[in-house]
Every structure is written in structure tokens, then in C-alpha cells.
Design a protein around this ligand. Structure first.
Ligand code: ZN
Length: 179
């Protein structure tokens, strides 16, 4: 009974935050996507292409990261790669079963590959990437059943906000250096 009361108490703030049903998956997804968007904002501040990612396990944030290849001189320093590395260190495991990766932009081939290697359960992304996307755009990597790991995909969460931060960034860049 005491245990039950403690749980109810713990859930109260969650219920208050979500407004209606605290179990609502879309609300939770949107909440985490906002965290990923905040990371994308940090990338923009640093002059990097604004993409952000967060990895969640059992409703808790394991790691968050933003795109950083220019400053780090590292072509692999995409938001997802950095978040995966940090999450793996956080749990002390090179695999991340039970986790969900939220990212503002559809993952590229490299990041989709890393998601498979990390055994991430679920991917949630915002905007599709027609130039580099390997989940629904150029390739549909997670539809290939030859891989021995299945990733469930939710796309389009806060799609507009995730796309606008990118288009705004490139628009400003074009204004700053007209060709
Ligand atoms: Zn990538």
C-alpha cells in the first residue's frame, strides 16, 4: 500500500504536465522532441547545422547531443552519433536495448547503421531529409529484414519546428554569404 502511494505521488507531476492523459505517447514524444530541438538550437548557436538528439530509457534522459562536425573536425560527429556514444558510456554498455532515440532530422546512413549496432529499440524523428535520409527518404534501412535487429520508427513528430530551424539556418547562411 505504501509502495502504491509512493508511485501515485511520483506520477502526479507527470499528470499535471501532460494536461490530459499522462500515458499519451504522442505527448511524451513531443516533449522529448522539444529537448532534441533545444539541442539543435545549441548547434545553431555554434554555427553548426542545427540537428539535435536525445536518448531516453524508461522515461529518463540518458544522453543528449547536437551536431558538431565542424568544431570537432569529425565528419562522424552527428547529433545521433554523439548521443549514442554518451548514452553507451552512461549505462556502461556498448548496446542500448530498451532505448528510444529522438532526433530532429531523419538519420543518415552512418547514423542509421549506428542505431542498428547500438540495438536501439525505437527511433523518433521530426523532419525527413530528402538529401541524406536513410530511414524513409533515400533508403529504408530499417525495412531490411536481413539485419538481425528491428527498429520501430515514428516519423513527423514536431516536423514543422524541426524543419524550420534547418531552413532558417540555411537561409541566414545564404544571406550572410551571397554567391
Ligand atoms: Zn548522421
Amino acid at each position: 500500500m505504501e509502495e502504491f502511494e509512493r508511485k501515485v505521488k511520483f506520477m502526479e507531476p507527470l499528470r499535471a504536465n501532460s494536461g490530459t492523459d499522462f500515458k499519451s505517447v504522442p505527448e511524451t514524444d513531443e516533449g522529448w522532441m522539444r529537448t532534441a530541438l533545444a539541442e539543435a538550437g545549441q548547434a545553431r548557436e555554434a554555427g553548426e547545422v542545427p540537428v539535435g538528439a536525445v536518448i531516453v530509457l524508461n522515461g529518463e534522459r540518458l544522453a543528449a547531443a547536437h551536431n558538431h562536425p565542424i568544431a570537432l573536425h569529425d565528419p562522424s560527429a552527428h547529433a545521433e552519433m554523439l548521443a549514442i556514444r554518451r548514452a553507451a558510456v552512461a549505462v556502461g554498455n556498448y548496446r542500448l536495448p530498451g532505448t528510444t532515440l529522438y532526433v530532429t532530422l531523419e538519420p543518415c546512413l552512418m547514423c542509421a547503421g549506428a542505431i542498428l549496432h547500438a540495438r536501439i529499440d525505437r527511433l523518433v524523428f521530426g523532419a525527413a531529409d530528402p538529401k541524406n535520409g536513410a530511414v524513409v527518404s533515400l533508403y529504408r534501412l530499417f525495412d531490411d529484414r536481413r539485419f538481425n535487429h528491428a527498429v520501430s520508427v515514428t516519423e513527423g513528430v514536431l516536423r514543422d519546428a524541426c524543419g524550420e530551424i534547418l531552413s532558417g539556418f540555411f537561409h541566414e547562411k545564404r544571406l550572410a554569404s551571397p554567391v
